[in-house]
Write a protein that binds this ligand. Sequence first.
Ligand code: HXC
Length: 260
Amino acid sequence: KEYQHIIASRPVPSVALLTLNRPKALNALSTPLFRDLNAALLEADAEKEIGAIVITGSEKAFAAGADIKELKEKDFAGAYNGDLFAEWSVITKIRKPVIAAVSGYALGGGCELAMMCDMILASPTAVFGQPEINLGVSPGGGGTQRLTHIVGKYRAMELMLSGRNFSAKEAEQWGLVNRIVGEGEGQVVKEAVDLAQNIASKGQIAVQATKEMINAAYELPLTEGVRFERRLFFGLFSTKDKQEGMTAFTEKRKPNWTHS
Ligand code: HXC
């Protein structure tokens, strides 16, 4: 499908690649852009052949944040009544794995968008930051919560109170990115698509159930989380993919997943 603010493509049949496409505004995340992104995410989530999704921007900017020109016009009533940023939670409901491929600026809402993804690959040029403090506000897309969970209280305080940017190297040291890929234009997208294709080659029910279990680790106390895992794990024993996977192992051949 064609969108105005993003480009949706299929580099391989099993992977959806969603490219943010507002180059003149460094991919500032306006409400119309988010509506396009959400529609494409839901479409990819529903498409049987697709097993994983990659979100990327341009070489210069993954996304330079929420659209400041749009935010500038909002007061409390406007934000509250319009439920500003309601669009931002759709990505957290997507069941297939979502990988962020980050080059250039991932600032403010751009950093928050990356953190809402399930994995983050960064090119050496990636620059992260939560600079909202410099605009007289705070992060509003989950940054104070997700960044703090990842980098810890003290770094989170420094980063979000000073608003300073941080490099791909720092992000990697602190566990905010899976890895820094090699240099070169397009490399981060290539590696993200390879990773997505690898994941898409597994049984989708097991992949999506595992994603659900890992996300539960952020919501539930350990005993409840382990109970949740065990219930869903037992549930997987009723799938054809479980039968196929274990039979293929004993027959020393590759499994042929049917996602059922
Ligand atoms: C709207 C933006 C924008 C943004 C850049 N642009 N970022 N427009 N919202 N977040 C526009 C600029 O206005 C400019 O348009 C064009 O993109 C190119 O940007 P320049 O500033 O000229 O580029 P450069 O000098 O290379 O500087 C790049 C930059 C800088 C360092 C990334 O653009 C910057 O600081 N951007 C803002 C970063 C930021 O504060 N992000 C947080 C936003 S608040 P014109 O028309 O002038 O050429 C946020 C809240 C989150 O994200 C809440 C989420 C729920």
